[in-house]
Design a protein around this ligand. Structure first.
Ligand code: PLP
Length: 419
């Protein structure tokens, strides 16, 4: 029963240091969030001790009476929240959820069609050295070179040419809504199954602030830790007809014992996601992203060669195009880091720079909305980012860092928590 600080001071120092980092900086990585303390509690609980291979009522281990309750609650809440016929809440992560989806829907060598990685797609949608690229015959659609949007005529053309078995809708870096009805039509036209990966925008869907893919897609996968703001993990929704295939693709097809402490934390997150506070948070997330996009689209920023892809955003993130700026993606990420704002560099479509450098930034608002930010704070954040990107290497880092410190001090994170 030795406390962590005594047993392993080096790791205790990492926890303390990370809490301090999260408190003192502005977290704007679009795929990150802050979980509530109830989720930390569930994840740090004795449920981590339990083996529970199988599904509620059908386990391969004894002693599952309590964890069955947790998993049944997580399933019922996920189905209810998204209006889904079936839910599997066991995937350890978004990537394992996606592996299970493809495993359930098609066979090795079959054809998939998804968004090009370099245009905002995900590794699991067909990247060459990912399992998806190795096991399946991949083709990709991209964004339009003028509008930077996914044009459904182009997707249709690609689908007619390549005749995929699965069409994938979903993205890791794309600032606009997808047309799920059009994806469904195209899938039907070519006899493909439709899988939507809503990992990024699931929280917006749960709040009713983004079109839902659930009525259209055969299968929908997601993470829980992005806009939903729950534990790092995944889940899968599907039509009833795929329920058995999905379940057996997750276990035993993909995983062994589920992480029951995380499953319990998912149940907590889905409960929270049905609340008015959650909806308010998602509204602030969207408004924050619009405020930042609008500011970075103004003339003074444009003069520095910085622009916003598609001219704005429908979602929780903004894609900044630095192809004509003095800063590349790496330099911009590093400079914002010095100012106290954490973002990630991100390739823009048709990026001339290599993926380790890039010519873009992905800036997201979910974590700051969770921290309590509203329009006034997002306006100040937008000003700080605009000033930094405009001045580049000549930025007054100390003054900008002080503005960030004021915001972090005004909105304390996890007050009273010590690790
Ligand atoms: N799907 C999409 C669209 C994502 O953006 C991500 C994460 O970046 C994933 C899946 C994978 O999630 P994880 O990192 O939990 O494996």
């Amino acid at each position: 029963d030795t406390p962590l600080a005594e047993l392993d001071p080096e790791i205790a120092a990492v926890l303390d240091g990370e809490l301090a980092r999260q408190r003192d900086t502005l977290e704007m990585i679009a795929s990150e969030n802050f979980v509530p303390r109830a989720v930390l509690q569930a994840q740090g609980s004795v449920l981590t001790n339990k083996y529970a291979e199988g599904y509620p009522g059908r386990r391969y281990y004894g002693g599952c009476e309590q964890v069955d309750v947790a998993e049944n609650l997580a399933i019922a809440r996920a189905k209810d929240l998204f209006g889904a016929e079936h839910a599997n809440v066991q995937p350890h992560s978004g990537a394992t959820a996606n592996a299970a989806v493809l495993h359930a829907l098609i066979n090795k060598g079959d054809k998939i069609l998804g968004l090009e990685l370099a245009h905002g797609g995900h590794l699991t949608h067909g990247m060459k050295i990912n399992f998806s690229g190795k096991l399946y015959d991949v083709s990709a659609y991209g964004v339009d070179p003028q509008s930077y949007r996914i044009e459904m005529d182009e997707v249709r053309k690609q689908a007619l040419e390549t005749r995929p078995d699965v069409i994938i809708g979903g993205w890791s870096a794309y600032p606009r809504h997808l047309d799920f009805a059009a994806f469904r039509e195209i899938a039907d036209e070519v006899g493909a199954k439709l899988w939507v990966d809503m990992a990024h925008f699931a929280g917006l869907v749960a709040a009713g602030l983004h079109p839902s893919p659930v009525p259209y897609a055969d299968v929908v996968s997601s993470t829980v830790h992005k806009t939903i703001g729950g534990p790092r993990s995944g889940f899968i929704l599907s039509k009833e007809e795929y329920a058995k295939k999905i379940d057996s693709a997750v276990f035993p097809g993909q995983q062994g014992g589920p992480l029951m402490h995380v499953v319990a934390a998912k149940a907590v997150s889905f409960k929270i996601a049905g609340s008015d506070d959650f909806r308010d948070r998602q509204e602030r997330t969207l408004r924050g992203a619009s405020i930042i996009a609008d500011r970075l689209a103004q003339a003074d920023v444009a003069e520095a060669g910085v622009s916003v892809l598609t001219g704005g955003t429908d979602v929780h993130l903004v894609l900044v195009d630095l192809r004509h700026s003095a800063l590349d993606g790496q330099q911009a990420e590093d400079l914002l880091h010095e100012v106290g704002i954490t973002v990630n560099r991100n390739a823009v479509p048709f990026d001339p720079r290599p993926p380790r450098v890039t010519s873009g930034l992905r800036i997201g608002t979910p974590a700051l909305a969770t921290r309590g930010f509203g329009d006034a704070e997002f306006t100040e954040v937008a000003e700080v980012i605009a000033a930094t990107l405009k001045a580049g290497a000549a930025s007054d880092v100390d003054a900008l860092r002080a503005r960030v410190r004021k915001l972090t001090a005004d909105f304390p994170l996890y007050p009273g928590l010590s690790q």
